[in-house]
Design a protein around this ligand. Structure first.
Ligand SMILES: Cc1cc2nc3c(=O)[nH]c(=O)nc-3n(C[C@H](O)[C@H](O)[C@H](O)COP(=O)(O)OP(=O)(O)OC[C@H]3O[C@@H](n4cnc5c(N)ncnc54)[C@H](O)[C@@H]3O)c2cc1C
Length: 378
């Protein structure tokens, strides 16, 4: 049996960043990650990497929990650049963190005022760009589009981020056990005794569950973890003629595009309840390409170079599950839904704090798994 101080179940950005953060702060703590396949190959690979709170849309009366969620997102945004620089230093890899901001596109029939007052009311920086200003900043856009520029909403190349986090973990001495799916959890009273994995048994003083969309599927935990559903998102990558042909990530209603340094332009996405099916639907891809052509006329010459789908981990209220569970040595960090890349720094910090000091931050309280009746008792 392998024995550790802390075992993290799941090697997406959430599990990797927690393991890295614990090891960075306390090099003597023995940490392992158990990963079903390869690290960073599920939702964290499929993502678009926009660092923008994607749940909150203009409406009255946010609940206290939604307000707390927004504060969590803002705190994570504020931590991002410093966290990325540290990850790049420890991994010697570039995560392509980009700070040009994101555009909320305003078509001629849309009124920008409710959006502007919404963003400003939330304390975000938001600047209205007229049709002329937008055309100057993004010449490839079709004529007649205005925009709201959101300068605090940055982006990161999420595949590079996952790879860099795995490298940080290796360089700092985290054991990464790939192809070691946790198959069952053996309990002893109100605690985990040990884990049965595909490659042997593993035991630890503390466990962190960060298995993304699979978090409530693991035998032995189905009564402990509130349901996490997989919500499929599809994306197609197009190749632009040159990397800065389109400069800003942008969205219009439920459609977005994100330019990468490589000259790829990611376009998406869907929000589908399709179980664990990661198939890509040709009609959806055609729909994305048509929407792009309506916004960027010259995109008719772009070649489609890759298409994929990923499964976002989604709780019943679409907010994360963070914190203690009814099992005394199990902490959960999952359910990040559309915001897991954005929420990486704050999740890693708060969960590592809790593991190291034994004290949960008050910021975690609104996201306790115990909010779902009859599930866990934090
Ligand atoms: C199309 C799409 C676009 C997105 N765009 C954005 C965006 O722009 N910005 C943003 O912030 N977020 C975005 N997201 C959401 C973001 O990608 C996720 O919230 C985030 O990646 C979740 O990370 P995770 O580590 O929890 O899950 P995952 O990356 O899915 O990792 C979970 C890991 O657990 C492993 N695992 C599962 N079961 C077991 C087991 N039994 N034993 C061991 N390991 C196990 C899996 O193999 C996997 O590697 C997007 C997601 C999708 C699909």
């Amino acid at each position: 049996m392998k024995i550790y101080d802390v075992v993290v179940i799941g090697g997406g950005v959430i599990g990797l960043s927690i393991a890295y953060e614990i090891k960075f702060r306390h090099s003597k703590i023995k940490v392992a990650i158990l990963e079903k396949t390869q690290t960073g190959y599920e939702a964290s690979h499929a993502s678009a990497g926009m660092l923008e709170p994607q749940l909150i849309m203009p409406r009255q009366n946010l609940s206290d929990r939604e307000k707390a969620f927004f504060r969590l997102c803002r705190e994570s945004q504020n931590m991002y650049e410093e966290t990325i620089r540290r990850i790049e230093y420890h991994s010697r890899m570039d995560c392509e963190y980009r700070k040009e901001g994101i555009l909320k596109l305003i078509s001629p029939e849309m009124d920008p005022k409710p959006w502007l007052s919404w963003y400003v009311g939330l304390g975000m920086h938001a600047h209205f760009w007229s049709v002329e200003q937008t055309g100057e900043a993004e010449p490839a856009l079709r004529e007649g589009m205005a925009a709201i520029h959101l300068p605090d909403n940055h982006q990161v190349e999420n595949r590079k981020l996952s790879a860099a986090l795995a490298e940080c973990c290796k360089n700092l001495g985290v054991d990464i056990l790939e192809y070691s799916a946790v198959e069952s959890i053996i309990l002893n009273n109100e605690a985990i005794d040990h884990l049965q994995t595909k490659t042997g048994t593993v035991s630890a003083a503390r466990y962190v569950l960060a298995a993304g969309a699979w978090s409530s599927q693991i035998p032995g935990l189905t009564q402990t973890i509130p349901e996490i559903k997989p919500i499929r998102g599809q994306i197609v990558a197009m190749q632009m003629p040159k990397p800065d042909f389109i400069r800003y990530p942008a969205y219009l209603e439920d459609f977005y595009y994100v330019p990468r340094n490589s000259g790829r332009l990611l376009i998406g996405s869907t929000v589908e309840d399709a179980g664990f099916d990661k198939a890509v639907t040709p009609s959806v891809i055609v729909g994305f390409i048509e929407k792009l052509r309506a916004l960027i006329p010259q995109s008719k010459t772009f070649e489609s170079v890759e298409r994929w789908a990923g499964l976002r981990p989604c709780s019943a209220d679409r907010l994360p599950l963070l914190g203690e569970t009814r099992l005394t040595n199990l902490v959960v960090a999952t359910g990040h839904f559309r915001n897991g890349i954005l929420l990486m720094p704050i999740t890693a910090k708060l969960i590592a704090d809790m593991i190291i000091t034994g004290k949960p931050s008050p910021m975690l309280a609104p996201f306790s798994p115990s909010r779902f009746n009859g599930s866990t008792n934090a």
